[in-house]
Design a protein around this ligand. Sequence first.
Ligand code: TA6
Length: 300
Amino acid sequence: TKDWNGIDQVLLRTPRGASARVSLHGGQVISWRNESGEEMLFMSSKAIFKPPKAMRGGIPICFPQFGNCGSLEQHGFVRNKIWTVDDNPPHLHLNDSKGKSSIDLILKPSEEDLKYWPHSYEFRLRVSLTTDGDLIMISRIRNISGKPFSFLFAYHTYLSVSDISEVRIEGLETLDYLDNLSQRERFTEQGDAITFESEVDRVYLSSPNVIAVLDHEKKRTFVIRKEGLPDVVVWNPWEKKSKSMVDFGDEEYKQMLCVDGAAIERPITLKSGEEWKGQLELSVVPSSFCSEQLDSHWRG
Ligand code: TA6
């Protein structure tokens, strides 16, 4: 079902009580709860609700730019725009929503927007909850201008974790990464899993389409499955950086980890009329699933 909370948020719910809340401000998923009502995404206690600015948490969408490597505002502008509900999404996509609770949003540039990013596009976002409570986000970006354009993209996903020093990421071993903490210099991951004891801000390149984030204390694993998103951003600001952000509580860095399905190393170029699709699927499984089971169960 979908219930409107006021005019700018929609609550998706499954028959077994899982839920997701989507805000039209930025097309941002701001909550994803399991059947016991536990919140799976981080939202800072100091998040600033100043529509349409993105809030510190949930899943802001970064497009057409990632970071501040370009002429636009940090992470591009779509996360700071008001989206609208797309009542008649193209029929060919309806099979995406079989047995799911879904909302379709759409964003197109205004005349004002075209002044600072002169490319016409249609950005369709479908947010769905499966009957098992998995969260699926499908972005379809179509170039409707007369000429090609290129962009970067990320689902800036703030996962809620119990204690960052007890969290491991599996699936990024041996990959190259760009380190934002050293002028995006390129390194190769040597570890057998990514663990955290200080600020991390990296873009892992050409990653597998299934990543596991293990929360030791909660004995649960986030499984991130992606399509069209070759890179993975891993970010925790740690204590010093988070204290410098007004919308970040002093100790909250311990309860969050950004693991973003992204396309950053190689910009995506669309010819006129072409459409790009980037899909992210988030599930939570008991950590009793050892990696072999993860392999068969999730790596398909
Ligand atoms: O790599 C993730 C990152 O670019 C970090 O450098 C940090 O800036 C984070 O995104 C948050 O960005 P925001 O604009 O949401 O404060």
